[in-house]
Design a protein around this ligand. Sequence first.
Ligand SMILES: Cc1cc2nc3c(=O)[nH]c(=O)nc-3n(C[C@H](O)[C@H](O)[C@H](O)COP(=O)(O)OP(=O)(O)OC[C@H]3O[C@@H](n4cnc5c(N)ncnc54)[C@H](O)[C@@H]3O)c2cc1C
Length: 463
Amino acid sequence: MSVPKERLDAFLADLRAAFPEGLDLTTELDTLAPYGRDESDLGEFPPQALVRATSTAQVSRILALATKHHIPVTPVGARSGKSGGSLPIEGGLALSLEKMNRILEVNADDLLMVVQPGVFTAQVDEAAEKLGLFYPPDPNSAAYCTMGGNVAENAGGPRALKYGVTRDYVIGLEWVLPTGEVLRVGRRTGKGVAGYDLVALFVGSEGTLGIATEITVKLIPRPRVVKTALIPFKTVADAAKALSSVLTSGLWPRTLELLDEVALQAIAGRGLPVPPEAGAVVIAEMDGNHEAGVLSELAMLVDQCASWASLEAVVAQDESQRERIWAVRKEVSPALRALTGKKISEDIVVPRSKVPEAIERFKAAGKREGLTVATYGHAGDGNLHSNVLYRTREDWPRVEAVLAEMMAVTVELGGTITGEHGVGLAKKRFLPLEQPEPLRELQRRLKVVLDPSVTMNPGKIWE
Ligand SMILES: Cc1cc2nc3c(=O)[nH]c(=O)nc-3n(C[C@H](O)[C@H](O)[C@H](O)COP(=O)(O)OP(=O)(O)OC[C@H]3O[C@@H](n4cnc5c(N)ncnc54)[C@H](O)[C@@H]3O)c2cc1C
């Protein structure tokens, strides 16, 4: 789908006239092409024009003109999204925030940081660390995804188990509505409850309600000691049962990551010390301020897993061993894709007690269609990256059948179809499984209030 040439040309002419000082605007096909792809494997949808904005004032004027001309606008961060959120499926304008990439303030006294949306997530925690502070949200893509994208998707990561997700840290936003109005919402204080919580509404809005041009996040004191254990199991079912029992035993690790036998096969030979008989591994991490205390709690966790038939655990002896474990963990997603060439990565969440059943039923659904389902991810949160592996587009009907069953099972078990990646384009057909029509209709009405011309990231979330 694309905007008719006449309408697009009128918009571009107005845009050029509005910025006599110049604007990073292009319609050159080679430059547009990469802005039509992300990490969702959903296909290529290049925009008809691209602006790489450099200021809030630019974003505001561009959105006002796009609304006037009824031009679809798709906000773009680093295009690492897995639900197709940044794909301009109706053509029009891709509005990239990649050049708004400065850290504006690090305030240790008030425990906060103010950043532009194009700052990479890892840079935020690195800046916090210099002051002994901590920005916990840690998507595995942190090195190359942006804070704007994290806000839009309410990104999480392994540490969400103990510390929560992006929404738990964003306390204020400068936000440009689709009409071009610039709002400042939220606070700079530890607490604040005045009015409706618009920050909570905008975080997770998947680029459909406007654009974050400035983000204020809270920071917390950084734990001084972190210890990591690699706990192998013979089967993924044993590992999944052990995970539930860890959390009910009174321990509060900061990560409980799970890798099943297919994930282990994908990363074989990359330096993870796992015995050959292992069919699953758990990466458990404890933190605190006293080394002996942290080690003792990690030992309690390992003992707890032993009562669920874990094999011999390995505790990382130094920072370089810890880093190696996490480096390999970050390679799981591309390594799985390399096994068959193509995959669809889901990010469902089920109640913790249902993790073993969910994993088993997803694998069975794949088997029925002759496809492999690999599961890894933040199992301590019940958040599973179950990946359907496939080879060619001809496999697609079978992939669809497996995905549909996985989503139905998830909802049946009391879960949600997305815990991290968002609904975007990938999951909008499954949203009715989880949310009844009156609830979806209420949210659509809310969108129209904020985006009267319905031009902001159209075709996402809602059918
Ligand atoms: C290997 C790998 C590992 C990953 N691991 C995780 C993980 O552990 N946890 C997790 O949550 N995700 C993970 N992701 C998914 C992805 O990195 C996140 O969704 C991330 O938040 C996307 O950021 P981005 O800058 O790439 O945004 P994009 O992909 O460019 O955009 C994502 C959405 O944000 C919107 N958007 C972008 N900038 C703005 C803005 N300034 N204002 C409003 N809307 C905006 C876009 O329109 C789109 O809807 C992973 C991805 C990969 C490839």
